[in-house]
Design a protein around this ligand. Structure first.
Ligand SMILES: Cc1ncc(COP(=O)(O)O)c(C=O)c1O
Length: 488
């Protein structure tokens, strides 16, 4: 006779009934997204409910769910709504949520081991290689996000390019006497600043190269900086190409950068956090030419592959480079001759984390359910929607298109003749604030050439072009009101 485990449901029928209700509610919620505001503020009484103390005794799980339904569900970030285009968030494929649920049910950790979960992650990495035309001989690792991918890739670069790998890993950067430098455009995502800092390279040695009018790296300035650094006795390590900068979606001349990296014996890393998925479209192969010959690439599946957070991937061109930087052993995790601890593959040897969640399962579910062609159609639709938005902005005499990419980003603002820069910024801030706080639409913002701009990054499979017609109409209406107030 076993005793009942205290943390399992006392009544499995009650557990089952709640699960059925949750799934019913999920379907209603997702089917009715359009009818709800994109975002709404969290009311004070709801905020207060998150400041209660540690629960001492338990309460029925149906009541906990009820609390979630009334205090969490109505007040999210908004990125599953069809009119959310802020920052670089994705919209979330519903079936993937089942993958996440089931991953928690089987509760595997994916450091190492001979189990099916490990095989699913390996399969997902191989599918990504195929989707992105990445060499099959390469390797990879799923990570939480591209920030984690950048640091992983740069750590691999550092070991691969160190004068002596073992000495470098054993003695550390200081003893090796090498001062590395890293190169990328000034539009490179700030996660690279964090990575160089964490890796002991130092922020100052991340050389931020100026960009041209289209926000692409200035290759002449890059060459000059490399030359000066070599003359100064520094050790150029890595060149970063952007396949879609976060601000404007600019794509650096990736093949030219590849050639420079090869000439200079640099590790070539491409940040394709969202832009790498344009590779699903033959129309974009020329734009991304050179990307698949890089030494490493990061791509965020939770951005332009629409997966629920969090799942990203770092791919490497050569097998074994991640292990060269991260492998580590101990008696208590060593591989055995047979059984569950016999493993040819250890993801914990490819990155920082030992305990790793089974994030591959949601991707596996979604790719098997929809097929890569459906994802490619969604990506193509986003490209077309942003082109439509850009064309409408260009056609309007009270709107200015400040930047647009061939991917899914456009930046624009409301303008009028003789507007003072401060007034124009104030009005555009006001427009954005009304769009967001009234729950109408959720672009975000950035500053380009000193101008505050409204920024749209369309990683949303639920958007259609009419949503952008609505956005334009709202921006123009709010702009006219706020401009009038400025002139009063
Ligand atoms: C171009 C680019 N690189 C890197 C990142 C960092 O990705 P994550 O937020 O997944 O860590 C982002 C995030 O927006 C990005 O847009």
């Amino acid at each position: 006779m076993h005793t009942d485990p205290p943390l399992d449901p006392a009544d499995w029928e009650e557990f089952r009934a709640l699960g059925k209700r949750i799934v019913d509610d999920i379907a209603d919620h997702l089917a009715g997204l359009r009818e709800r505001p994109v975002w709404q503020p969290v009311p004070e009484d709801v905020r207060a409910s998150f400041r209660t103390g540690l629960p001492a005794g338990g309460m029925p799980m149906a009541e906990v769910y009820e609390e979630f339904r009334t205090t969490v569900l109505p007040f999210p970030r908004g990125n599953i709504h069809p009119r959310f285009w802020g920052w670089a968030n994705g919209s979330g494929v519903p079936v993937a949520a089942y993958g996440d649920l089931l991953a928690s049910v089987i509760n595997c950790t994916l450091g190492s081991g001979g189990n099916a979960a490990m095989m699913v992650e390996q399969q997902v990495i191989e599918w990504l290689q195929q989707a992105l035309h990445w060499p099959a001989a390469g390797s990879g690792l799923l990570t939480s996000g591209a920030s984690m991918g950048q640091v992983t890739a740069l750590a691999a670069a550092r070991v691969a390019k160190a004068p002596s790998t073992t000495a470098f890993r054993d003695e550390g950067a200081v003893a090796s006497g090498v001062q590395f430098t890293v190169y990328g455009s000034e539009e490179t995502h700030h996660s690279v600043d964090k990575a160089v800092e964490l890796l002991g390279i130092g922020r100052r040695f991340f050389r931020k190269i100026p960009v041209d009018r289209d926000f692409r790296i200035d290759v002449g300035a890059l060459r000059a900086t490399l030359r000066a650094d070599r003359e100064a006795g520094l050790h150029p390590l890595c060149l970063i190409g952007n396949a879609g900068t976060v601000n404007t979606g600019a794509v650096d001349p990736l093949r030219t950068l590849l050639e420079i990296a090869r000439e200079e014996d640099l590790w070539y890393h491409v940040d394709g956090a969202f832009g790498a998925f344009a590779q699903l479209l033959p129309s974009h192969h020329a734009l991304l030419d050179g990307m698949t010959e890089a030494d490493s690439l990061v791509c965020d599946l939770h951005k332009w592959l629409y997966m629920p957070f969090d799942v990203s991937c770092v791919l490497t061109r050569a097998e074994g480079v991640l292990e060269a930087a991260f492998s580590s052993s101990a008696d208590y995790i060593s591989s055995t001759a047979g059984g569950p601890a016999a493993y040819p593959l250890a993801f914990s040897d490819r990155g920082i984390e030992q305990s790793r969640r089974f994030r591959a399962l949601k991707v596996w579910f979604a790719l098997k359910t929809h097929g890569i062609g459906t994802f490619a159609e969604a990506v193509a639709a986003n490209v077309a929607q942003v082109a439509h938005l850009a064309a409408r902005v260009e056609a309007a005499d009270d709107l200015e298109l400040v930047a647009r990419s061939d991917l899914n980003v456009a930046c624009f603002r409301y303008v009028w003749p003789g507007a003072a820069p401060d007034a124009a910024d104030r009005v555009n801030r006001g427009i954005l604030n009304r769009l967001q706080t009234e729950g109408l639409a959720m672009p975000s913002h950035t500053v380009l050439d000193g101008k505050f701009v409204i920024r749209v990054a369309d990683n949303n499979h639920r958007t259609d072009v009419t949503d952008f017609d609505f956005l334009i109409a709202q921006v123009r209406a709010f702009g006219a009101e706020l401009r009038a107030a400025e002139e009063d």
